[in-house]
Design a protein around this ligand. Structure first.
Ligand code: PXL
Length: 289
C-alpha cells in the first residue's frame, strides 16, 4: 500500500542575518529545514555579526525592502503555515511586520512572535525606549509569543525582577502577556533554584500552565533564544502540543549549550546547535535510531 505523503509545512521567517555568531536566520533556517519544514526568509537587516557583546559590526537596515518583498510573495499566492518574526531591524518594521501578518493570515495558520528586544534586565542598546510599546502592539496579532523574562516584563510594563522566581510571579506574567492578545505564551529563562533553567507555557483556551527544565549551565550563551524558538516551532509544526514542544526545545537548547560549555568556546559566538540536530530529530520522531 502506498504511504500517504503529508503536505510539507511552510514558514516565513522574518529575522536579521548576522553573518557570524549563530542567531536569528542562521539558526532558524537550519533548524526548521532539518525538521522538514520549508523556510522562506525575509531578512530584516544584514549584519557582519550580532550586536551582543561584539563591537564594530556592519549594519544594513532592510526596512525599505520588506513591503515589496512581501508584495512579490503575495503576487505568487504563496501561503504559510506559520509567520515567525524575531529580531527586527528598525522601529518602523514593527508596523510593516504587522501588515505582513495581516496580508498572510489564513484560517488555521500561526502567527509566532519572538519579541526579541532585551535580555538580562536591559533593552538592547540599538532599540529606542518606545520599542517595547511597539512590540506590545505587534504581539496583539500573535497566536504564540516566546519572550524571555526581561521581554515579558517590558511587554507588561513592569520593572525587571532578578531570579530565582516563584510560580506566582511566573504565572502572573504568563496571564498578563496573554491579556495583550496571544492565546499561547512560552516564557523562557525561568528558574526556581540554581540547579535548573527552562521554560513555562500557558494556553489560555485550556488554562493549562506547564514547565520544562534542564540542568543549568553557568554563563550567558548568545543566540539561545533563537535556538529555543526555532526548535519549539519545529516541534509544534510537526504536531506536538505546546508543552511538549517547549520540553523538546528546552532539551535541545540545553544539549547545545552543554556541548559549547564543554568545548570552552567564546560564549558570544553562539552555541553548537548543529551537532544536537540528530537528537532533536529523534525527539521529533523524524528519525529513529
Ligand atoms: O539573538 C537575538 C539577536 C538577533 N539578531 C541580532 C542581535 C541579537 C541579540 O543581540 O544582536 C542582530
Amino acid at each position: 500500500m502506498e504511504k500517504k505523503v503529508e503536505r510539507q509545512k511552510r514558514v516565513a521567517a522574518i529575522h536579521d542575518i548576522s553573518g557570524f555568531g549563530k542567531c536569528s536566520l542562521t539558526v532558524a533556517l537550519p533548524i526548521l529545514s532539518a525538521a522538514g519544514i520549508e523556510t522562506a526568509v525575509m531578512p530584516t537587516a544584514v549584519l557582519s555579526t550580532h550586536t551582543g557583546g561584539i563591537s564594530g559590526y556592519t549594519y544594513r537596515d532592510l526596512t525599505e525592502d520588506m513591503t515589496s518583498f512581501a508584495g512579490h510573495w503575495k503576487s505568487l499566492d504563496i501561503k504559510f503555515d506559520a509567520l515567525y518574526s524575531g529580531f527586527l531591524g528598525s522601529f518602523e518594521q514593527l508596523n510593516i511586520v504587522e501588515k505582513i501578518f495581516d496580508c498572510f493570515r489564513e484560517t488555521g495558520n500561526i502567527v509566532y512572535v519572538d519579541p526579541v528586544m532585551a535580555d538580562n534586565g536591559e533593552l538592547y542598546k540599538i532599540f529606542p525606549q518606545e520599542f517595547p510599546s511597539g512590540m506590545r502592539k505587534l504581539c496583539k496579532k500573535a497566536d504564540i509569543v516566546v519572550p524571555n523574562i526581561t521581554e515579558a516584563a517590558l511587554l507588561v510594563d513592569e520593572p525587571y525582577r532578578d531570579g530565582p522566581y516563584d510560580k506566582k510571579y511566573i504565572e502572573s506574567l504568563l496571564v498578563k502577556i496573554s491579556d495583550i492578545g496571544p492565546e499561547k505564551i512560552v516564557l523562557t529563562g525561568v528558574f526556581f533554584d540554581s540547579k535548573e533553567l527552562g521554560a513555562a507555557t500557558y494556553d489560555r483556551t485550556t488554562g493549562e500552565i506547564a514547565y520544562g527544565f534542564a540542568n543549568r549551565i553557568p554563563g550567558y550563551f548568545h543566540g539561545t533564544g533563537d535556538v529555543f524558538g526555532s526548535a519549539l516551532l519545529a516541534a509544534y509544526l510537526n504536531g506536538f502540543d505546546l508543552k511538549t514542544s517547549a520540553q523538546i526545545a528546552v532539551r535541545y537548547t540545553a544539549a547545545s549549550i552543554k556541548r559549547t560549555f564543554d568545548a570552552k568556546t567564546d560564549i558570544r559566538f553562539g552555541v553548537d546547535f548543529e551537532r544536537s540536530i540528530p537528537s532533536l530529530l529523534k525527539d521529533l520522531n523524524i528519525i529513529q535510531v
